[in-house]
Each structure stands twice: as C-alpha cells, then as structure tokens.
Design a protein around this ligand. Sequence first.
Ligand code: SF4
Length: 354
Amino acid sequence: MSAAMKLDPRDRGGPAQPLLSVEGLKKYFPVRGGLLNRQVATVQAVDDVSFSVRKGETLGIVGESGCGKSTTARLLMRLMDPDSGSIVFDGDPVGERAGITVNEMRRQMQMVFQDSYTSLNPRMTMAESIAYAPRMHGTPRKEAFDRAETLLAQVGLNPRQYARRYPHELSGGQRQRVNIARALALEPRLVILDEAVAALDKSGEAQVLNLLGDLKSRFNLTYLFISHDLNVVEYMSDRVMVMYLGRVVETGPVEQIYRKPRHPYTRALFASKPTLDPDRRTTEMPLTGDPPNPINPPSGCRFRTRCAFAQAVCAEKPPPLAAPLDGETAEGAPHLVACHLPEAQAAMGVSAHA
Ligand code: SF4
C-alpha cells in the first residue's frame, strides 16, 4: 500500500534519507534463580537486528510469537534500553550528544498497542486521553481539546457522541480508533503498530486497516507494522522483514517475499498461511514444532533445529543477511536472506491443484 511521497517540513535529510535506521540492536534479559537470586541464564530476545525504514513506506515485521518483533518495537520507543546498537531518526542519532533526545524522538515516533482497553486510562474520557500528551508538551487546554475533537472526527468517531465517553463505553474497534487518534495527537512522522488489529473481529479489522491507509496518506506517515497475520502484513506493507528467535532471517519488497520467499523458515511460515486461492497453495511442508528455547538458542543458524536442509556449516556460524545465492536479485529494495546454502534457498513450490 504505497503512499505518494510528500515533503514534510521536518524532513532534514531529503526523501532519500531513511526516516529510521537501526544498527546492531541487541537486548538480552537476565534469568535469575537460586537462593541468592543470581543470574543463571539470559534470554536472547533481540540479537544484532539491523534495518531501516524509508520515508512514507510501511515496513511489515512478521514472525512467530517470541521472535522478538514486539521487543524490537519497545526498544525503538525506548520503553526499555537496548544492551547495544544504535537508532538514527532522520539522520540524527537518538540519545547521543550530537543527535536528538529520546523525548524528541518520542514526539516524532508513536506506538499503538494490541490491547485497546489497557492502553487507555479508565478514568479519562476519550477527549482527555487524546489531549493528554499535547497538554504535557505545553499545548493550551482549549487548543488541545479542540484538536482532540478534530482527531476523533478524523478517525471516524463523532466527537459530540464520543468525546465525553469512557473506555468501557466503547467497542474494541472504537477504542482502537481512539488509540490511533491519541498516537497522532503529537503529529508524529512514524507510527509503530504492534498487533494493532489482532484483537478485532474481521469487520473491525478491515475498517481499522482502511482507516490506517487513509491516515497514512493524509498525514504523510511512515508505518512499522508488526503482526503475526501474514495476510494483513501483505495488505499493509511495502517491504517485509521476517524474524526468527531474535534475528532477521529475510527481508525485501512485499511482492518479492510473498511470491518467492527464499529462507526455509519464511517458506514454512507461508505454507501454514490459510488461503482460498488455488494458485497460491503451496507444496512446501508447514512449520512443525515449537521454536527452541531463547535461553539457550541453537549455535550458528537459529533455525537449524527445524530446518530440513541443515548441514554441518549451519551449526558453526550465524549466516549473514545477503542477496540470494542463486544470483537473482530484486529490483528496487534489496531482497536479503540469512542462509548458508543455495539449495535451501529454492523458491517455494506452488501448485494450482495442491
Ligand atoms: Fe537451514 Fe542452514 Fe539455511 Fe539455516 S543456514 S536456514 S539451517 S540451510
């Protein structure tokens, strides 16, 4: 879902400069135990993750539960500190002397969570919730509340009807619209949508997805769209990044990844995707078993314990993200795969009569 690129007055580096660049992001959580509550192990939640998001695009992040996609989002928002790695927002390193502060970055980067109810303060009306952040940033009360009512209308909720309601008086879809309005209140440039439609029924999901598309064009937004739902990610994204056990295993343009996935994990993940289209049914084996324990992940390629192609080299060193080994390259944005073996990167088998 591409949006026409408009010039943002806050754009410092021109449209070619990525809005967000992440390099070597790492987060390990200590596991404590024993009588003295000593650290006995670490959970490698996010391990050496690098990517960038261009201005005006939607980057989809997919993977099974526990693959590190939501932790990555929380690290970007600095809801927790990374162990290492750098985050650069429109050319400015975040939290460094020569760059922008975490608070300034948070003004320009907002997040919508899955649980629409716990995201809202039950004691605040919808208008108060939306006006809260602008008020904290010094916007006069009347101006903040006028803007809250405008935003309510822009997300499809009549302010006369909804401005004075409390969260328990709204449906899940209506609450998520309020959360989107709240995220837009500080006029961000990038919005992280972390499973933002996962809790909605199909009709609510379709309405919110269409709303997100409209708002993206209207406000010249860039999205980081995190979801476990492959169909939703395909609908929303320009590029896709696939994560497995804290690492990126494949990334590229959405049509390239969905038409010709290369990493054995991506192919197995797509094989388990329900489809009614006979042309898109696959002969690939679906993914079986649970991901390994992130406390003690496999050496080398983390997918090797579930990969049908694994060989000795797969246990020796982690495969770097690189262009597919058969020499085929994607046009435009690069298609990158983290796999040692060319024979394992064969395109997914597709059968019209599978
Ligand atoms: Fe499978 Fe080895 Fe490729 Fe990992 S590196 S996906 S184990 S073939």
